[in-house]
Design a protein around this ligand. Structure first.
Ligand SMILES: Nc1ncnc2c1ncn2[C@@H]1O[C@H](COP(=O)(O)OP(=O)(O)OP(=O)(O)O)[C@@H](O)[C@H]1O
Length: 259
């Protein structure tokens, strides 16, 4: 399914020397990572290796967890998001996140999408109508949702709800989409739809996806990073990492010898 990537040269995100502690427990060790604009990066590795923790450092979602300490730098478009003057609300608009379980708000499909734009000051119905349609189109949900826009989002299937959550992010025009196991609660057909969607979105957005499904990483990502015990063991072009891993630990994991 993977399509040829436009040559991605601009660096969108750079992680430099990041250590992260939950209280006294260190969860990430000296992470260094460069993510090119317009690409899909997959994070893989066994449970508890720090994939979600690293993903959350990229839009400061860990700030919400008490006792977290982070050192090092995360640069988005060259700016250190842990620098003193970062507007975290704006950061999370630019670097949006989709979670494992779809979490639509208990309101209509339309209002779910319009929620973010309204918060950011867009009030005119005409403008909101355009954003709602565009976002649902981009998330490949328009055809299924257009006749029920004012019905509750909770009436959608799980797969539709996940695409709605993606549409809700797209409505505020982010630059980066962080996806934390976005298909793990979905059936195979919905999973395929979300995977196809990532291919359509990737030239416009930079996508980072945490997945336990190595076939999924191989199908959809341009580069893959393998983590173990809080360390990034290897990061490389996906095809190369799966066919010719550079590190024995990566090889053991992808061949199912542990994890
Ligand atoms: N809120 C938290 N408070 C304390 N420790 C945490 C918290 N979240 C994660 N950890 C710890 O940090 C380490 C990394 O967890 P993390 O959830 O990032 O791993 P993961 O690779 O995403 O795992 P999984 O694949 O199971 O989701 C684990 O040891 C975990 O117990």
């Amino acid at each position: 399914m993977k399509t040829a990537t436009a040559v991605a040269t601009e660096e969108k995100i750079r992680v430099q020397g990041v250590d992260l502690f939950y209280g006294d427990n260190q969860a990430l060790y000296d992470i260094n990572l460069s993510v090119p604009e317009g690409s899909i990066t997959a994070f893989i590795g066994p449970s508890g290796c720090g994939k979600s923790t690293l993903l959350r450092t990229l839009n400061r979602m860990n700030d919400l967890i008490p006792g977290v300490k982070i050192t090092g730098e995360v640069l988005v478009d060259g700016d250190n998001i842990y620098g003193g003057d970062t507007d975290v609300v704006n950061l999370r608009k630019n670097v949006g996140m989709v979670f494992q379980r779809p979490n639509p708000f208990p309101m209509s499909i339309y209002d779910n999408i319009a929620y973010g734009p309204r918060i950011h000051g867009i009030r005119r119905k005409k403008d909101l109508d355009v954003i709602v349609e565009r976002s649902l189109q981009q998330a490949a949900l328009w055809e299924e949702a257009k006749d029920r826009l004012h019905k509750s989002a909770l009436g959608l299937s799980g797969g539709q709800q996940q695409r709605l959550c993606i549409a809700r992010l797209l409505a505020v025009e982010p630059k980066v989409l962080l996806m934390d196991e976005p298909t793990s609660a979905l059936d195979p057909i919905s999973t395929l739809k979300v995977e196809e969607l990532t291919q359509e979105l990737k030239n416009k957005y930079t996508i980072i996806i945490v997945t336990h499904n190595m076939q999924q990483a191989a199908r959809i990502s341009d580069t893959t990073a393998f983590f173990l015990n809080g360390v990034m063991v290897e990061h490389g072009v996906t095809d190369g990492l799966f066919t010719n891993p550079g590190d024995k630990r990566t090889e053991d994991y992808i061949t199912g010898r542990f994890g």
